[in-house]
Design a protein around this ligand. Structure first.
Ligand code: SD4
Length: 306
């Protein structure tokens, strides 16, 4: 039994290749790393890795994490500049007893010490958008307009369960701002006993309820991956509404130790990609009256979605 799930349509190429690796007996760690790297390396995805949109000062600052659900160990980097593949640094930190979450200069030094490729992550297109944004006063930051995190969860034939995330965070964020993606329990969580989960959307909201840990806890309590995603997302949006706020922009994915997927969203549609021994496909999750509709979709039907 093997399975893999990744956020957004942009994960399709990487998830498809990683799915093939899993099919050939590859391990979940390599599958997650490969799928995330494919998104990090593609400059047209402006929310992850190379080509990511910069912070207010014009720096592309990345956050990434990697968690092993069999050991509960994780590694993460935050506010890291110029690490070509932040997911590789996060994976290399996973397994350490201490110093497994490194920020800024420390993360960059670590990446260089272990020989990871470094590069200027700014593309001319990203800098053009940054210059334009500087001209717009009172510009509202929107987690989904310009920024989506790639999150990948994978389970391999040997029963290894891994979670990975990577993002350049919000476009025009304040220097030093960190979202949920490198924060264990918020942007990601994995425990082989119950399952794995990861989140995308406004990190400030996701962190308020440790959303990924909440989903895995619901799976521990017996909910399916799908029901756990729906329940946690609904509870967060209801609580926000109770507090006089809007429901927020949140999407989540989950994977059970049996390889069952789950996904939920507060958006009209949330595309994600998933594969198992039945094949790999692009899906769309959509809120409906009694919960969430999750269906295989086509790239064409989701042409306007990330
Ligand atoms: C963050 N969660 O930095 C990320 C951004 C994101 O869709 O996923 N946006 O808050």
């Amino acid at each position: 039994m093997y399975a893999i799930i990744g956020t957004w349509k942009m994960s399709f190429t990487g998830v498809s290749q990683a799915h093939e690796q899993l099919k050939q007996g590859g391990c979940a760690g390599d599958a997650v790393q490969h799928a995330v790297m494919c998104v990090e390396d593609e400059p047209s995805y402006t929310s992850v890795g190379y080509g990511g949109l910069p912070d207010h000062d014009g720096h592309v600052m990345t956050d990434a994490a990697y968690m092993d659900g069999n050991t509960l160990r994780f590694g993460a980097v935050m506010s890291a500049e110029n690490i070509r593949n932040p997911i590789c640094a996060a994976r290399a930190l996973c397994g350490r007893e201490t110093n497994c979450l490194l920020a800024g200069r420390g993360a960059e030094q670590f990446a260089m010490q272990i020989g990871l490729p470094m590069r200027d992550m700014r593309t001319s297109e990203a800098m053009k958008q940054w210059r334009e944004a500087l001209q717009q006063e009172n510009r509202k930051m929107d987690a989904y307009n310009e920024h989506d995190t790639v999150c990948v969860l994978a389970l391999d034939e040997n029963g290894s369960l891994i979670a990975g995330t990577s993002t350049s965070g919000l476009f025009m964020k304040e220097p030093g701002r960190v979202g949920d993606s490198p924060i264990v329990g918020s942007g990601f969580y994995a425990d082989i006993r119950y399952g794995a989960a990861a989140a995308t959307g406004l990190g400030e909201d996701i962190m308020r309820v440790c959303l990924s840990y909440e989903i895995v806890s619901l799976m521990r309590d017996g909910l399916s991956a799908q029901k756990a995603c729906e329940t946690a997302v609904q509870a967060l949006s209801e609580r926000k509404i109770q507090l006089g706020e809007d429901a927020g922009s949140i999407s989540v994915i989950a994977l059970s130790p049996k390889g069952e997927y789950g996904a939920a969203t507060t958006l009209p549609v949330f595309p994600f990609t998933a594969g198992n021994d039945q094949g790999v496909a692009i899906y769309a999750a959509r809120p409906v009256e009694n919960g969430m509709e999750v269906k295989i979709s086509s790239e064409a039907a989701l042409a306007d979605e990330p």
